[in-house]
Design a protein around this ligand. Sequence first.
Ligand code: F42
Length: 147
Amino acid sequence: MSSSEEEYAPSPTGWVRDAVAKIVASGDTRSGQFNSSQPVVLLTMVGAKTGQLRKVPLMRVERDGKYLAVASLGGAPKHPVWYYNLLADPKVSLQDGTETNEYVARELDGDERAEWWELAGQVFPNYLEYQQKTERLIPVFLLERVG
Ligand code: F42
């Protein structure tokens, strides 16, 4: 669906916009690590209303080639906007390091969500604090490779 060179609509949030710009310029997600040490992946998706490409860095939570997209937004009361993009069009590309592949995102629930949430909390313990800050159940998508 998208390579890193394609036109995309930059995030209105300065630090996120800068992280994406660094990743796109270097071609490597390691240049956009969160707090300089927490690995991230870069999701490229289609905006549900505008149809524009959106690039969203997220924490790298991976197991057996599957990745999570955790819609935590720092424990804010509302879901991030990209959550609705993924529901509307679950086809995304995901860049990890210098490698980009196509994935389909599926929102998890029940035991499956609980199992993957445990991994998310191990990889990035702040997610557990974010969950305590908000009344919403933080959505978790599983990204499985296609093609
Ligand atoms: N956010 C997380 O939720 N989870 C993470 O694990 C996470 C990690 C992370 C690591 C590094 C980093 O730099 C950022 C990280 N973030 C993480 C922040 C993340 O990248 C997003 O910036 C954050 O989740 C907010 O996402 P958002 O989609 O709510 O962004 C807002 C500010 C935004 O960009 N809004 C756009 C705008 O112009 O206002 C619209 C974006 C959009 O997709 N619009 C749709 C469209 O059609 O284009 C409309 C969709 C609709 O239904 O309205």
